[in-house]
Design a protein around this ligand. Structure first.
Ligand code: BCO
Length: 582
């Protein structure tokens, strides 16, 4: 049942005959908001039905590979069968019910997609997390969400077991592994014996579907709760225009499944259009492997954060292929037609370099864990280099001041999304258990994203960055407090201030200014830097570790003793500017 190998790769002639029609095109318009919606029954099962009726091409719905040559291809019918089994395991074996919380911490394996859809079938709220999470991060997530279940991989079993006793709500632990672990249910064995028949819940559009943890300026990550609207949005014409996916398309989203980008770009969007989701296991996202994969597989669309395209451009490419039409192109990916990016800024010169080398433009989009993808350069739309494109309907995006007043074109302000009189489907519902944090981002009639931007007369938005302490390093949103809390656990650290610092590859990186405790003042600074970096990697998700460290005698503070992070940040960026413009 589990590993079904099929030969699905469509020939070019078949590809051309495939439909561009999909779920929603015939059924909903941009401003519709049906009372009931369920991504599993309205989208997945629709395409399974289309396959049964011979109305969809032969491409798989999910195509997974790894570097060892293993491969899994599932059709929509197989996905329906497998996700119904998962739904039965969650409900019958684990006793979970609609509204329960399930932490989903898996690498890029097909089971991530099975569990997500299994949860949607049952109304269980799934909470994706990156496998870089450490015991303390997991403890926080399990406690804050009162999760009743966790699905994870073998390597994280010890981390979870070390904190499980402090999580009384946690009743079920499921492991995706070839091995068995004491106190853990084995996902694969349970799926094999589960029934493939399951009746999907009739979910209301307003029923919660998923929670994404997102870092804030202070404290622990907030829980951005989304309802079925997150999935529904991709069915409306304006949203579908962004990638204009066809059933013959094969899209590869390189993001880790712990982030909302994978939920949207690596699942909801492609499946809404009946396209193929391509997944490479990428245990370490190596640009060499990414290039090899783009040469080897018939991928038509790529979706990755700018840092990934940047890392590819910085590679010494050995596999050069010249195109007869354009002799200067040195990265001629045979099937790639469309590239998109978001999560951090793409510089105009990076856009130019990619276009020059591959012959393909990169289409930018803008999003957050709170809003999904709300603004984009649609396929076929005129590209203004450096712009994140136009608002995707039904989102009404305006540039606002801190009171929620709409600002005129070409004026800097906050990127705001209208929530009154109607909150659009696809915008998060609230921060779970935190009405005060939810209220903080409501600004007049708008949700205030906290991101600074402008809009021009043509309706193109221009992202300028944040004016708070949040760091966006290679597409990761990092709150300074998360890193400072990790640093202060080390005996060498008296206090620290963590800020963003410019970087040619990652856009920004985490920089820590550290005041040492007296005992460590005489220690070798290079050694200490490595030790502190290793320390942060061991106590919290390693992507947050400070790639730059500076030891200082004291930190700049206000009269009330608050650290002036802004001053430190401004210094970092002004140093970059003076280095570029001497
Ligand atoms: O650079 P180092 O080698 O020193 O450290 C790396 C890893 O080696 C290390 N690490 C990873 N797992 C570890 C570990 N160390 C100890 N134990 C472990 N278990 O930690 C560092 C992690 O840094 P990284 O993740 O940036 O690694 P890398 O290989 O440099 O990857 C580069 C990128 C670009 C692939 C990566 O940064 C990335 O995936 N960025 C994208 C994040 C993303 O998808 N963001 C989207 C968020 S959703 C959104 O923005 C809303 C838009 C709709």
């Amino acid at each position: 049942i589990y590993k079904c190998f099929h030969s699905f790769s469509p020939s070019r002639s078949q590809k051309h005959s495939m439909t561009t029609a999909g779920v929603g095109r015939q059924r909903w318009n941009d401003y519709d908001s049906p009372e009931e919606f369920n991504f599993a029954s309205d989208v997945l099962d629709y395409w399974a039905q289309m396959e049964e009726e011979g109305k969809r091409g032969p491409g798989p719905a999910l195509w997974w590979v790894n570097s060892q040559g293993d491969e899994i291809k599932w059709s929509f019918q197989e996905l329906r069968n497998l996700t119904c089994r998962v739904a039965n395991v969650l409900e019958k074996t684990c006793g979970l019910q609609q509204g329960d919380h399930l932490a989903l911490i898996l690498p890029r394996v097909p089971e991530w997609w099975l569990v997500s859809v299994g949860c949607i079938r049952t109304g269980i709220i799934f909470m994706p997390g990156t496998i870089q999470l450490k015991a303390k991060d997991i403890l926080y997530r399990l406690q804050a969400s009162q999760a009743k279940a966790i699905v994870t991989t073998g390597s994280l079993v010890p981390e979870v077991d070390s904190v499980a006793s402090e999580c009384p709500a946690l009743k079920t632990k499921l492991v995706v592994s070839d091995h068995s672990y004491d106190g853990w249910l084995n996902f694969q064995s349970l799926i094999k014996s589960a029934s493939p028949h399951h009746t999907c819940i009739k979910s209301k559009m307003k029923d919660p579907m998923a929670i994404f943890f997102t870092s804030g300026t202070t404290g622990y990550p907030k829980m951005a709760k989304h309802n079925q609207g997150l999935a529904f949005r991709s069915s409306v014409p304006s949203c579908r225009k962004m990638l204009n996916l066809k059933t013959s398309d094969i899209i590869w989203c390189t993001s880790d499944p712990g982030w909302i980008l994978t939920t949207i770009g690596g699942m909801i969007k492609p499946w809404t259009s009946g396209a193929t989701v391509f997944i490479h296991q990428l245990p370490q996202p190596d640009p060499k492997v990414i290039v090899e994969v783009l040469f080897k597989y018939p991928i038509t669309q790529s979706l990755a954060v700018p840092a990934v395209y940047r890392m590819i451009l910085q590679q010494k490419i050995t596999k050069v292929q010249f195109s007869s039409e354009n002799p200067i192109i040195i990265l001629w990916f045979p099937t790639l037609e469309h590239c998109s990016t978001g999560g951090e800024s793409l510089l105009p010169e990076e856009y130019e370099q990619w276009k020059l080398r591959t012959g393909l433009p990169i289409h930018e989009f803008y999003g957050q864990s709170e809003v999904g993808i709300c603004c984009a350069v649609f396929r076929g739309m005129k590209i203004k280099r450096g712009s994140i494109g136009k608002a995707i309907l039904p989102f009404d995006i305006q540039i606002i001041d801190e009171k929620g007043n709409i600002l005129p074109p070409n004026t800097e302000g906050y990127l705001g999304i209208r929530i009154k009189p109607t909150r659009p489907p696809g915008l998060f519902m609230e921060y779970e258990n935190s009405p005060e944090k939810t209220a903080e981002v409501e600004c007049g009639d708008f949700y205030n994203s906290g991101d600074r931007a402008t809009v021009d007369e043509d309706g193109y938005f221009w992202f300028l960055g944040r004016d708070d302490d949040i760091i966006n390093a290679s597409g990761y949103r990092i709150g300074p407090a998360e890193v400072e809390n990790a640093l202060v656990e080390h005996p060498a650290v008296a206090e620290s201030a963590v800020v963003s610092s410019p970087d040619p590859t990652r856009g920004e990186v985490v920089k820590a200014f550290i005041v040492l405790t007296p005992e460590f003042l005489s220690h070798d600074k290079e050694e200490l830097t490595k030790e502190l970096q290793q320390h942060v990697k061991s106590v919290t998700a390693p992507y947050k570790y400070p790639r730059k460290v500076e030891f200082v005698p004291e930190l700049p503070k206000t009269v009330t003793g608050k650290i002036k992070r802004k001053e430190l940040r401004m210094k970092e960026f002004s140093q970059k500017r003076s280095a570029t413009n001497p």
